[in-house]
Every structure is written in structure tokens, then in C-alpha cells.
Design a protein around this ligand. Structure first.
Ligand SMILES: [Zn+2]
Length: 245
């Protein structure tokens, strides 16, 4: 049966891999969420622009009808004015005034329609840019989602294997060793580190020679770095990271 110190070295190795996996997935779920929000925001902008364009189209239809009405009215007034039915100058002048008023009104509406046309052209340009933005974000979101799904599936298998290995180690490891390891893990993710050339490989502090001797002579005792508090284990228990295939 492997010693506690050997088991702790294996546990540290597995936890390092699990932490790496977690880091690899890291920002991706957050990024996907952010892109989803961004997409919704861009889509809202498109809707707003489309609504503004609809309003302009509606206004144009209404105003064209109004122009037609005014033109008809003007024609009728002119007809009356020169029909010989006008009884006096005052009545003639009144009609002239009314025609003048209608013309002013028509001019005002025509100017407004011209301005609206410029606004409409600008809005069409804006809409095109906004729709392009939506497509860009949609594409990026899709890529990121695929990336996340692929990674999750790939990680899922590795994760299960590592978790099973971890469980097997913990079952063999002395309870007080595991408790101490987990306690240190709350502030050092690498709670157990190997001794390299007489130094702690976690904080690089030199380990007193006396402790190095004791580590050799008392393999079942737990030794911790006096500087950083990490559990120490001999370098020959170190598991080298295998090559990534
Ligand atoms: Zn240390």
C-alpha cells in the first residue's frame, strides 16, 4: 500500500489537472453569456430602427393623402374664384387668403417630407450596420458555443476519470492528512509540493538541513514548509506531466 506522502503527491497531481481543466473552461461560459446579452442588445437596436422606419413610412402615406386633399381643395377654391359666383372683392380676397394658407401648408409638408427622406436614408444606413453587427455577434456566439460544447464533452470524460482516481486516493489516504491538505488548499491551490534541491518548490525557500534528514528517516510523518505552510514530499514522488497527445 502506498504511503501517505506518496498518495498526497498523486492527489496534488490530480488536483493540479482538475484546476487546469477548470481554468481552461474558465471564461468561456461567461463569454457565451456575455455574447448572448450582446446579441439581444443588437437585435433590440435593429427593432428600434425598423420601428422608426415604419413610422416614417406611415407618416409619408398620411402626409401624401393630406397633400392630395389640400391640392383638391386649392383647385376647388380657384374654380370658385374664377367661376363668376364671387359676389364682391372681400369674398375674392378671402378665397385668395385661403389659397395662400393652403399653399403655405403644402410647402411646409413638402419640406418636412424632404427632411424625412434624408432621415429615412440615414436610418437605412444605420439599419444595415446594425444588421451586420447582429450577424457578427451571432457568428461569434455560435463559434464560442461550439467551442464550449466540444470542450465540455472532452473534459467530461477526463473529469470523470480524474474524479475516480481522486476518490480512490482519498480512500487510502489517512483522514488527518486529507483534512490538512484540504485546509491548505483553501489558500494554496498547490497544497502539497515536492522538495527540489533542498528547497520548497512552492515558495522556493530553503528547507533546513535537519528537516531534510528527518524527511528521509521518517517517511510516514507529515512535513510542511516553514515559510508557506505547504505539505512537502520528496522529489522522487513527483509525477511529471505526460505529453499531450
Ligand atoms: Zn514553501
Amino acid at each position: 500500500m502506498p504511503s501517505n506522502v506518496e498518495l498526497i503527491a498523486r492527489l496534488a497531481h490530480i488536483d493540479e489537472k482538475l484546476d487546469d481543466m477548470h481554468a481552461e473552461l474558465g471564461d468561456l461560459p461567461k463569454l457565451v453569456k456575455k455574447l448572448e446579452d450582446k446579441l439581444r442588445q443588437h437585435m433590440r437596436q435593429v427593432e428600434e430602427t425598423q420601428k422608426a422606419l415604419e413610422d416614417i413610412a406611415h407618416y409619408r402615406t398620411t402626409m401624401r393623402l393630406r397633400l392630395q386633399e389640400l391640392a383638391d381643395k386649392e383647385a376647388k377654391l380657384q374654380e370658385t374664384q374664377f367661376s363668376g359666383q364671387v359676389r364682391n372683392n372681400r369674398e375674392f380676397d378671402a378665397i385668395t387668403h385661403e389659397i395662400e394658407f393652403i399653399r403655405q401648408e403644402r410647402l411646409r409638408i413638402e419640406q418636412e417630407l424632404a427632411q424625412n427622406q434624408i432621415k429615412e436614408e440615414n436610418l437605412h444606413g444605420l439599419l444595415q450596420r446594425q444588421q451586420a453587427d447582429v450577424e457578427d455577434v451571432r457568428k461569434e456566439l455560435q463559434e464560442r458555443e461550439e467551442e464550449l460544447n466540444a470542450l465540455s464533452t472532452e473534459q467530461d470524460n477526463e473529469f470523470r476519470t480524474l474524479q475516480a482516481e481522486r476518490k480512490a486516493i482519498i480512500e487510502q489516504l489517512a483522514a488527518e492528512w486529507y483534512a490538512e491538505y484540504e485546509r491548505i488548499r483553501t489558500y494554496h491551490s498547490d497544497a502539497a509540493v515536492y522538495v527540489h534541491k533542498g528547497s520548497c518548490s512552492g515558495c522556493f525557500s530553503a528547507i533546513p538541513p535537519q528537516m531534510l534528514v528527518e524527511m528521509r528517516n521518517q517517511p510516514e510523518r507529515m512535513f510542511v514548509c516553514e515559510h508557506c505552510g505547504r505539505i512537502l514530499y520528496p522529489e522522487h514522488y513527483r509525477i511529471e506531466e505526460e505529453e499531450i497527445i
